[in-house]
Write a protein that binds this ligand. Structure first.
Ligand SMILES: Nc1ncnc2c1ncn2[C@@H]1O[C@H](COP(=O)(O)OP(=O)(O)OP(=O)(O)O)[C@@H](O)[C@H]1O
Ligand SMILES: [Mg+2]
Length: 331
């Protein structure tokens, strides 16, 4: 595991921001961190980045304890805060050079990395521009470049897409997938769930300072298990805690939507489809399809059965559906 969190607690005065949090995140994956305002996401990410000390519990990031080895954790981790406070008089390049130097990179490597990262986030034309004139979205992209300038093993992103235009968001999704494919562990908090769903391997849900397993929203799925049966906290007041050790990212069970020329024929086929299927009011079938290989198989079966398929694509919205089933966790 690249990130291990055990019994981590952090108070601000009497506010319990993170409470006995247990989770683990595997290396080389993109994990979403999802939860309502005030759930403790930013507080958790700050502790992982060795920028805030926990009151209790233990954290390991790439095997390093942020409390006792903060410098090494700063080198291992790229941190992108939700709003990037720039040093106003410095240019984009100068900001990246300053940061790279602080991470111990030599001048030549720093200069190369600064150029590379500015072009990765399409800010090369603004390299010599003072950061104060950047737009909000451009500042976000500069923040991303800064987080990546020292080639971190772990990337922690707090609401990275907020303020970014659609093209930059699409670029971000591709970039994060590429980083994970090269072995980087990515943990990203976001409220933009349809978008998050497209880039994550799994999601950790947080509510009231803890990792929680959301109740099943009743979406289609052959092995649908109600996941609300975990024991409640010892203090009796918190959300349900999952049994059996730290929470791991939950894969999102994706739903695909199929439409056909003949709705009745589609419905007849759906009744014995190779995966769980329900036909909705709009005459489309919603099918539980865990991966693209299964999607190809399902499509072939439908066509072989004589269903005149006119469209078959991920329906999206699964993550949002799960989230909304947690609405009671808001505070
Ligand atoms: N510096 C601080 N001082 C006092 N209270 C704080 C501080 N930082 C966070 N809190 C409190 O801790 C709780 C968790 O806040 P946190 O920022 O971690 O939530 P979050 O999940 O990131 O929310 P959001 O989705 O709004 O970003 C909140 O109740 C918040 O008011
Ligand atoms: Mg936050």
């Amino acid at each position: 595991m690249s990130i291990e969190v055990t019994g981590v607690t952090r108070f601000f005065g009497s506010t319990r921001a993170v409470w006995q949090m247990d989770m683990s995140v595997p290396a080389g994956t993109v994990t979403g961190l999802v939860g309502p305002n005030g759930a403790g996401k930013t507080t958790l990410l700050l502790m992982l980045a060795a920028l805030l000390a926990p009151d209790a519990g233990s954290i390991r990031v790439e095997g390093l304890d942020p409390v006792t080895r903060p410098r090494e954790v700063h080198r291992a981790v790229g941190w992108m805060p939700d709003s990037f406070g720039t040093w106003d008089s410095l240019t984009c390049t100068e900001i990246l050079l300053t940061f790279a130097a602080a991470q111990g990179l030599d001048r030549t490597t720093s200069a190369q990395q600064a150029d590379e990262m500015l072009s990765a986030v399409h800010l090369d034309e603004l390299a010599r521009t003072p950061a104060r004139v950047l737009s909000r979205g451009q500042k976000q992209r500069l923040g991303l470049a800064r987080a990546l300038v020292h080639h971190p093993q772990v990337l922690l992103l707090d609401e990275p897409a907020a303020g970014m235009d659609p093209r930059s968001r699409a670029d971000l999704r591709v970039l994060l997938r590429d980083l994970a494919a090269s072995g980087v562990t990515v943990l990203v908090s976001s409220h933009i769930l349809p978008e998050l769903e497209q880039m994550v391997d799994g999601v950790i849900f947080m509510a009231r300072g803890q990792a929680v397993t959301p109740p099943s929203p009743g979406r289609p799925g052959p092995d649908d298990r109600s996941s609300c049966e975990g024991p409640h906290n010892a203090d009796g007041g918190g959300p349900p805690r999952p049994p059996g050790g730290p929470v791991r990212p939950q894969p999102i069970r994706r739903v695909w939507r199929m439409q056909a020329l003949d709705a009745q024929r589609l419905a007849d086929w759906a009744a014995s489809a190779p995966v769980h299927a329900v036909v909705s009011d709009d005459d489309a079938a919603r099918l539980a399809v865990p991966d693209e290989a299964t999607a190809a198989h399902v499509l072939r079966e439908a066509l072989d059965a004589g269903v005149d398929v006119v469209s078959f694509a991920p329906a999206g919205g699964s993550l949002e559906e799960i989230y909304l089933s947690m609405e009671g966790e808001r505070r």
